[in-house]
Design a protein around this ligand. Structure first.
Ligand code: ADP
Length: 169
């Protein structure tokens, strides 16, 4: 009974606030873009039921790659990681939904694709840690930070999705 074709027209903006849950930053890395996996990756978040709030093809400058992976700056693979991220365009995305940070990490799979479960993005589509096709924020806090870093004040769009009542009670 909650679902009606009139719902979108009648729900007040205040009432929609309860649908605003957490957001995460997901990025198709240059190997994923070059390999033509963008659609496949977007599709997994879309069909899961998460809500797309930001999307852009972007050539990442070196400084941004260094900042994004700042926590790993002491790792021996850091210079190669930065080179990899700036080696071609990436696709930056913001996905919103209940528990989306943790769920996106599950959809993405373990960092090393040989250890990622089949059915996950990395488990299905990659074989090396240095070419693991996709990034996803590891906490709500880092999600907010990364959305700010990659999108700034522009490009994240709050919009009402017509199918929301079919996804969320
Ligand atoms: P995740 O991307 O799963 O959150 P990390 O934050 O540990 O994983 O690492 C960030 C990225 O750094 C990885 O996705 C991968 O691209 C790269 N990376 C991590 N460990 C290695 C490694 N041992 N060798 C090469 N690259 C690595």
């Amino acid at each position: 009974p909650k679902i009606s074709t009139h719902r979108q027209a009648t729900v007040k903006p205040q009432a929609m606030a309860r649908f605003e849950t957490e957001k995460t930053y997901v990025m198709v890395k240059p190997d994923g873009v070059q390999r033509g996996l963008v659609g496949n990756i977007i599709s997994r978040f879309e069909t899961k039921g998460f809500h797309l709030k930001g999307l852009k093809l972007f050539q990442c400058p070196k400084e941004l790659a260094e900042t994004h992976y700042g926590d790993l700056s002491e790792k021996p693979f850091f210079p190669d990681l930065v080179d990899y991220i700036v080696s071609g365009p990436v696709v930056c995305m913001v996905w919103e939904g209940p528990g989306v940070v943790k769920s996106a990490r599950k959809l993405i799979g373990a960092t090393n694709p040989l250890e990622s479960e089949p059915g996950t993005i990395r488990g299905d589509l990659a074989i090396e840690v240095g070419r693991n096709v996709v990034h996803g924020s590891d906490s709500v806090e880092n999600g907010e930070k990364e959305i700010g870093l990659w999108f700034g004040d522009e490009g994240v769009i709050e919009w009402e999705q017509a199918m929301s009542p079919w996804l969320r009670e």
